[in-house]
Design a protein around this ligand. Structure first.
Ligand code: PMT
Length: 224
């Protein structure tokens, strides 16, 4: 492994940003993910020599330098299809996207109008868990998940690592300074048998540190 290009020859798939779940032609359910963390990781992985496929939800970000392929999607189901298509050939999958856990059961092809009947009641159905689905494959890539939590970050992250059978998980606290939508982040990186805190830094800086850790763990598991 070259120290300058620790991911040379390695194929990496990264999903990033939010998903939007349409209610009608003008409304959707979404979240505050900007895509900055995932795009920064994509840039850092490409700089480390990886062939990167970046699957992006609806974000307003330019494609980072060195990305081999970008696929733009809108909904969780579209993101799932794009990930499953790309991940077959991947060595590493990094799931930074804030995928909507639920979508609306009955999309209305016409704009829902206000009326005397009062507010509409939205029925939600669960979206497939893309990360868990990739981790359950055999053979599977080296799988890195994320967890965004407002409380009990460590406990939720540990539980997610085990439940989803991940190789690594990067947990971030969500508040107004760091995490979703912000320019900075701080990460607690955990893997079976260990953990490390990557302290608060701009997302591009943090992404370089994270990619170095992922490369080291990937090569330790998959010797060249
Ligand atoms: O985009 P930014 O503004 O830069 O913010 C970055 C971020 C906070 C969104 C990012 O760092 C992050 O934490 N991403 C994961 C957010 C999230 O949805 O966490 P979760 O705990 O709900 O999901 C856990 C994991 O399962 C994630 O890897 C997620 O991609 C994955 N997942 C979740 C639901 C689903 N249906 N499919 C999935 O694959």
């Amino acid at each position: 492994m070259s120290p300058d290009a620790p991911l040379a020859g390695v194929k990496v798939v990264i999903d990033a940003g939010p998903t939007y779940e349409d209610i009608d032609p003008v409304r959707f359910l979404g979240n505050r993910s900007s895509g900055k963390m995932g795009f920064a990781i994509a840039e850092a992985a490409a700089a480390a020599g990886a062939a990167v496929t970046l699957i992006a939800g609806p974000v307003a970000l330019a494609t980072p330098t060195g990305i081999a392929r970008r696929v733009d999607v809108r909904s969780a189901l579209q993101m799932r299809a794009a990930v499953l298509e790309a991940v077959d050939a991947a060595d590493i999958f990094i799931a930074t996207a804030a995928v909507a856990d639920w979508r609306v059961a009955g999309y209305s092809p016409r704009k829902i109008k206000k009326g005397p009947g009062g507010a509409p009641v939205l029925e939600l159905i669960e979206n497939p868990d893309i990360l868990a689905e990739v981790a359950a494959r055999d053979p599977r890539p080296f799988v890195v998940g994320f967890a965004a939590e407002t409380d009990h970050v460590h406990e939720h992250a540990q539980a997610k690592l085990v439940r989803k059978k991940l190789d690594m998980l990067a947990a971030n606290h969500v508040d107004e300074r760091v995490g979703i939508g912000a320019d900075d982040n701080e990460l607690e990186l955990i893997w079976p048998g260990g953990s490390e805190t990557l302290p608060r830094a701009p997302k591009r800086e943090l992404a370089r540190a994270l990619v170095a850790r992922i490369a080291a763990h990937y090569h330790a598991r998959t010797p060249a």
